[in-house]
Design a protein around this ligand. Structure first.
Ligand SMILES: NC(=O)c1ccc[n+]([C@@H]2O[C@H](COP(=O)([O-])OP(=O)(O)OC[C@H]3O[C@@H](n4cnc5c(N)ncnc54)[C@H](OP(=O)(O)O)[C@@H]3O)[C@@H](O)[C@H]2O)c1
Length: 300
């Protein structure tokens, strides 16, 4: 199988590339300018510039699947107006460009797996749960996700199967939210954030390539798919399990006002808001989770 991956140097991208290569697939990375590669192409990379919308489209002929993960990191810095613009434009413009390119191929991929996020649902008050049939929520991330998802419509119109993978919080010791928390918890300085009632819908990094493989082979699936486990937890529950796995106490709560003061809108959206999101479509399609509960995921 031939697979091309954008955003391949990111947390999810690295894991996807290494999984599919180990499975014997031919995996090609999309490489942006200024990332240590020239615009010259060797066997395993395709140069693209999603900002100036340049790439040699012919190099994408004949792939089985394109996995599109690229976008400016949402937790890298405070959400200034200009960074919010980058979060949005790097997703919407890159997705539009990629979709148009593959729509015009003679041999387009059979499937485009295009990243989105459970931020689509906005803040959901517990104990309400949402699934793929639920409406879009309110807030910056919901708006980003909506536009990000619409940006792949041109590929869909051309008859390409488009799956919009709405990722939950990706858990890995290598990066992302968990890697930032671990040093604090190891020092015994962890604690719930705000009320601790906000829900965390999560997925183990190691689970993601397996889910992608499942989605590539399930030819009847298209549209949004929540990439989360069936067991969302409250922030307080998460804190207890993580502290327990590390044999530490987590008794130092961080008040909401401090998070808002330190991190602004980003802190509110990423740490204090949350939603219990269920993977209805994955479960209906017969996917069996390898890391269904937090203990199994954190134990990895
Ligand atoms: N990690 C999570 O918890 C989580 C949760 C929900 C949704 N997601 C979404 O899933 C996707 C993959 O997540 P991730 O954790 O792997 O993200 P990541 O580590 O931030 O990687 C994203 C990749 O996108 C590319 N990129 C960075 N800035 C860019 C820009 N300005 N314009 C275009 N491309 C840019 C880079 O790859 P190259 O340099 O190789 O191009 C980068 O490695 C992202 O779109 C993310 O928003 C992630």
């Amino acid at each position: 199988m031939r697979i091309a991956v954008t955003g391949s140097t990111g947390l999810v991208g690295e894991s996807v590339v290494s999984y599919f290569r180990s499975a014997g697939c031919q995996v090609t990375r999309f490489v942006r300018p200024g990332k240590g590669m020239s615009l010259a192409v060797d066997g395993d990379v395709i140069a693209w510039d999603p900002v100036s919308k340049k790439m040699d489209a012919s190099l994408l002929e004949g792939y089985d699947a394109v996995i599109h993960l690229a976008g400016a990191n949402i937790a890298q810095q405070r959400w200034t107006l200009s960074y919010k613009k980058l979060i949005l434009s790097s997703r919407v413009e890159g997705t539009q460009f990629l979709s148009e390119v593959i729509s015009n191929l003679e041999n387009p991929p059979r499937v485009l797996l295009s990243a989105s996020a459970i931020g689509y649902y906005g803040y959901i008050t517990p104990p309400t749960c949402v699934d793929e049939s639920s409406n879009m929520g309110i807030g910056f991330l919901a708006e980003v996700c909506e536009q990000w998802e619409k940006a792949s419509q041109s590929a869909q119109r051309e008859g390409i199967r488009v799956v919009r993978t709405r990722f939950g919080v990706v858990l890995s010791r290598k990066g992302g939210a968990l890697a930032k928390m671990l040093p604090v918890f190891r020092l015994g300085l962890g604690g719930k954030l705000g009320s601790g009632r906000q829900m965390i819908s999560w997925i183990a990094l190691e689970e993601i390539p397996r889910i992608m493989e499942h989605l590539i082979h399930k030819e009847d699936i298209s549209g949004p798919v929540n990439v989360v486990t069936p067991n969302p937890v409250s922030n307080e529950g998460f804190t207890k399990v993580l502290a327990g796995c590390l044999n530490r106490k987590a008794i130092l709560p961080v008040p909401s006002f401090m998070i808002r003061w330190l991190l602004g809108e980003m802190g509110q959206a990423l740490l204090l808001d949350g939603a219990a999101v269920l993977p209805k479509r994955l479960m209906e399609s017969g996917y069996v989770f390898r890391f269904p509960d937090l203990e199994s995921a954190l134990g990895e």
